[in-house]
Design a protein around this ligand. Sequence first.
Ligand code: ADP
Ligand code: MG
Length: 403
Amino acid sequence: MSLNKKSVDDIHVKGLRVLVRCDFNVPLKDGKITDENRLVAALPTIKKLIQDGGKVILCSHLGKPKGEPKPELSLAPVAVRLSELLGQEVKFAADPEVVGPNAKAAVAAMKDGDVVLLENTRYRAEETKNGEAFSKDLASLCDVFVDDAFGTAHRAHCSNVGVTQFVKTSVVGYLMEKEIDFLGKAVENPVRPFVAILGGAKVADKLNVIANLLEKCDTLVIGGGMAYTFLKAQGKEIGKSLVDDSKVDYCKEMIEKAKSLGKELLLPVDTAIVSEFPNPIDAPVEVEYVSVDSIPTDKLGVDIGPETCRLYSEAVKNAKTVVWNGPMGIFENPTLAKGTIAVAEALAETDATTVIGGGDSAAAVNQLGFGDKMTHISTGGGASLEFLEGKELPGVAAANDRD
Ligand code: ADP
Ligand code: MG
């Protein structure tokens, strides 16, 4: 799928005020950024606009300040780190109204090639309600709007959708283009065999992802917490494993659907079991491996077993395209990360195009040290999931179409 939207390559910004919606929603601990992937991912668009002589005004949300200023969720630390990454000053426009007197003055003082960062857009209550006043405020700061916030693209908020109603030119940035290109190609036009691997916590979170990927893929591989609801649907005893009881019938339907579509559906054949959910999550655990036909009633499944690891790695080996969402077990615990590591290793070794979507999946792959072995790791958790559901993302839809 190629994106039929205008991009930063289709506009001339020399001397113009360009408002860029980025995704600077980074994890912070004691005022320090603990993962700067999203900042790095935003650089190509920002650099291009600086080089072209635009006045580059950046904006983003950070966390959930719920419509009022919260100092611990200020974007100030992002301005400091971005200045270092860009090698030029990013002026922070501290302003409780986001677009208030301070921000307006900062923008008015800009020269071509300057960069200003606005305060957390969610300091304004209208932001998440897509209210008109804040959308107009944002629009009043700029001549051109660029949306490069893939991580927010599944939401219609002022700073990515509302603002486009009041700006004549709205285009997408390089990160947005890249995300849609990789995810879109993998799902809509995959080189086959296409293997989709789904895991994570619950079936209920991913009903539409399961259904959509089953249509598109050749092989659907299920692991993680959601696997046990499928095993229950097969009539197996799953003990105290995570289960969505109201989704057992749905899983039965999916198993039937796979058969009728002639798709391969792989479920675990063995599993790691423990007596209690680890608390804290990375506490030492005593683990046993059993066939999925002999899970004791007082135990719970917390990872795929070694035989399943082999089976899933084999499926990946034969693939030309792999899309992966959701860890295979409680990967936060080193003893229960083996299945997730095995799948990550299989993806790292294959020549297939490998695309990772989902917040915890991306974190798992990076944390386990496989980040640079993947073709693409999406920066958008929720957005990549909605994309995998086959939904249109409002943040993308709002940009101007190519002529
Ligand atoms: P993503 O964010 O990549 O879409 P999810 O949020 O759906 O992934 O799932 C990630 C969570 O699933 C992790 O916190 C992990 O501990 C949990 N999980 C994986 N396997 C199990 C399991 N067998 N039982 C309980 N939780 C699990
Ligand atoms: Mg998650």
